[in-house]
Ligand binder design. Structure first.
Ligand code: NAD
Length: 253
């Protein structure tokens, strides 16, 4: 029941990083996957790379998750090309670091627009289609920062949106619980993506703090999300909805 053979999945923000890794895991278990990203060129390259030698189809689709019309057209394109959507992974997200008292409202709104509006808009539109069919699974990407403030990082907007993703996950799970649509979330700790490597290059002292506070003594590897996303996206998790699964080497414990 870990198989997604013949099913259609959309992963937002999948041109790179954790989204790409999770998209690759869904391809491996047989899903046709849409790489939905605002970076069209990179999405195209990723779709080509993941599709190579795969049994299933991988396509790139342009989307700006903050824009409702763009989300509508993404859902139409995916449905036309790959069929009705069985799995949605809401992964697109951004970070803007600044002390709260110096954060301008434009920065705050950019983070809220991608991390919260984007998750809501995609869940709403794909959710409508799933509710009509009476089946579907949504996996939202929150963060351990939605549970605990990582003290050296000044990112009130990010932390707030990631906590919001948890509550949105619970709210949708409750509303849609008896209508065949399950909604869960993943809250990763620091996974070694290019993004995290950049932060560490700029602030090597951060690495020390992270490792000190991570009982397992190391950062996560992006591939360590693979089985979890497949679990939540498939019938393997058939009695699970409204949960946010933390995967952080013990950081928030
Ligand atoms: P990343 O920056 O490497 O990738 C994000 C992707 O989202 C990019 O391809 C980008 O083009 C796309 N994107 C940005 N804005 C978009 C928009 N408006 N519409 C569509 N796509 C858009 O980030 P990542 O490290 O892979 O993180 C992915 C998700 O995981 C994010 O939600 C992030 O908050 C979360 N997360 C990451 C970590 C980590 O350690 N890397 C930890 C916890 C949570």
């Amino acid at each position: 029941s870990f198989s997604l053979d013949g099913e259609t999945a959309v992963v937002t923000g999948a041109a790179q990083g954790l989204g790409r890794q999770m998209a690759s895991a869904l391809v491996d278990v047989g899903a046709d996957v849409a790489i939905a990203d605002v970076n069209a060129e990179k999405a195209e390259r990723t779709a080509t790379a993941l599709g190579e030698g795969a049994e299933s189809e991988v396509v790139a689709v342009d989307v700006d998750v903050t824009d409702e019309a763009s989300v509508t057209s993404m859902v139409e394109t995916v449905t036309d090309r790959l069929g009705p959507i069985d799995v949605l992974v809401n992964n697109a997200g951004i970070v803007e670091n600044a002390p709260a008292e110096e954060t301008d409202i434009e920065s705050w709104r950019r983070v809220v627009a991608v991390n919260l509006d984007g998750v809501f808009l995609c869940a709403k539109q794909v959710g409508q289609q799933m509710l009509e069919r009476g089946e579907g699974r949504i996996v939202n990407i929150s963060s351990m920062s939605g549970f605990d403030v990582n003290v050296p990082q000044k990112q009130a907007s990010y932390n707030t949106t990631k906590a919001g993703v948890r509550m949105l996950t619970q709210s949708l799970a409750v509303e849609w619980g008896d209508r065949g649509v399950r909604v869960n979330a993943i809250a990763p700790g620091y996974m070694r993506t290019d993004l995290v490597d950049e932060v560490l290059e700029e602030n090597p002292e951060m690495a020390e703090e992270w490792l000190e506070n991570t009982p397992m003594g190391r950062l996560g590897r992006p591939e360590e999300l693979e089985e979890l996303v497949v679990y939540l996206a498939s019938d393997a998790s058939s009695y699970m909805t409204g949960s946010t699964v933390v995967i952080d080497g013990g950081y928030t414990s």
